[in-house]
Write a protein that binds this ligand. Structure first.
Ligand SMILES: Nc1ncnc2c1ncn2[C@@H]1O[C@H](COP(=O)(O)OP(=O)(O)OP(=O)(O)O)[C@@H](O)[C@H]1O
Length: 254
């Protein structure tokens, strides 16, 4: 079965204020789905519904039985005075399906094993959080802003890494992102959310959708080149290379 989670007409209010209205979509094995939308659009809330941390007021969420889920939360508070190494941090979440070493290897962060968590750079921290999410050998990865605190080239690398992990583990990914520019090359589907689903589909079609333009600005206002990665195989080596922009998108205006 490729379908892992299905949301049907999900609604949720906080204190009488509607935050999500009739949201429906499915998450499938091997597919990366990205939620984009402005601040307060309900992206994190929707991720928590998918994870089962919140329940909808109405509508249905069908999850495959015993689904293994890895989660990278939007915020992680670490006591700056706590002497916590990466190894110890990962041991706290360990459940034995993947070793700590293998999880770190998969995210290219094996050399961080004995580093202090509080001393990690933004990109290193995100890799360690991804490694923690991999320990369960997830069938679904839920990543709430997995590139936050990372510079542009680091973001491109992280998105490429997430794409590789989804393919290697053949897992579904639900990712929250603030914008579509850099995530485009690594996602199969985009859901543009503003409390309801404004538009939904392949990244190129969402980028051209009038609702997306209304939320994020018009292409003529300011444009940003989009990174796309191309696969080159010369028989021995497999490369991922940044290429010239193939599509120009509006920058987000708030
Ligand atoms: N536990 C809660 N109680 C009350 N209101 C909440 C709660 N959690 C979220 N909200 C509200 O729900 C709305 C959606 O919040 P959410 O964090 O899901 O948005 P988001 O799209 O992830 O935003 P951002 O991009 O800023 O992270 C916001 O107005 C927020 O204040």
């Amino acid at each position: 079965m490729t379908q892992l989670v299905e949301l049907k007409d999900v609604c949720l209010s906080f204190d009488g204020r509607s935050v999500l209205d009739k949201v429906s979509f499915t998450l499938n094995k091997g597919k990366i789905t990205t939620l984009v939308g402005p601040n307060g659009a309900g992206k994190s809330t929707l991720s928590k519904l998918v994870l089962g941390l919140l329940s909808p007021d109405s509508g249905e969420i069908l999850r495959r039985r015993d689904l293994r889920v890895g989660y990278v939360p939007q915020r992680l508070y670490l006591d700056p005075t706590l002497p916590l190494t990466v190894r110890r941090f990962l041991q706290l979440g360990k459940n034995g399906r993947l070793s700590i070493e293998e999880a770190l290897n998969r995210v290219g962060a094996q050399e961080l094993l004995d580093n202090r968590m509080q001393k990690l750079s933004g990109g290193e921290m995100q890799r360690v959080l991804l490694a923690r999410a991999l320990l369960v050998k997830p069938e679904l990865l839920v990543l709430d802003e997995p590139v936050q605190g990372v510079d542009i080239s680091g973001q491109i690398e992280l998105y490429a890494l997430i794409g590789r992990l989804a393919a290697e583990l053949h897992c579904a990914v639900l990712m929250v992102s603030h914008d579509l520019h850099l995530v485009m090359a690594s996602t199969h589907e985009v859901i543009c959310l503003n409390r309801h689903v404004c538009c939904h589909g392949e990244p190129e079609s969402v980028a051209r959708h009038p609702e997306f333009a209304r939320l994020f600005g018009r292409p003529e206002q300011e444009v940003l080149a989009v990174y796309t990665h191309h696969h080159h195989c010369d028989g021995e080596h497999h490369h991922h290379e940044p290429q010239a922009p193939v599509i120009r998108l509006p920058s987000r205006k708030q």
